[in-house]
Design a protein around this ligand. Sequence first.
Ligand code: 2BA
Length: 109
Amino acid sequence: MKLVIAIVQDQDQNILSNAFLEANIRATKLSSTGGFLRSGNTTFLLGVEDHLVDEVLDIIKSCSESREQYISSPIHLDVSLDISASYPIRVEVGGATVFVLPIDSFHQF
Ligand code: 2BA
């Protein structure tokens, strides 16, 4: 059995939840925050039998879109203490960031 951890953009979480439901795949959804953009994203936890891992990865891939986001560069002072204006920096986010981990044991009490 494997633990699949998938971090997706909030805009994709609903369609991905529905796809898991349709495929009868169990998932837990957590609200999370990206450390870099500090904006909300969604983390799915899935305990998956080995033979279903590829199917789960295909579903995640098909439901996760890559998007561009812009962040403001920090305003900084140069040597002459002039304040430089901030400017937008383009960042490509996603589709999905996925980790697949082995599970030592699985219990439901
Ligand atoms: P964030 O940390 O908010 O990162 C959003 C996007 O910003 C990233 O998209 C990447 O394009 C860019 N980015 C992140 N750190 C950067 C840095 N130090 N310098 C320049 N650009 C940077 P993704 O790579 O698609 O990641 C989307 C979200 O997935 C991340 O949101 C984070 O929540 C999670 N994530 C990505 N890699 C991870 C990792 N190795 N471990 C844990 N979480 C990760």
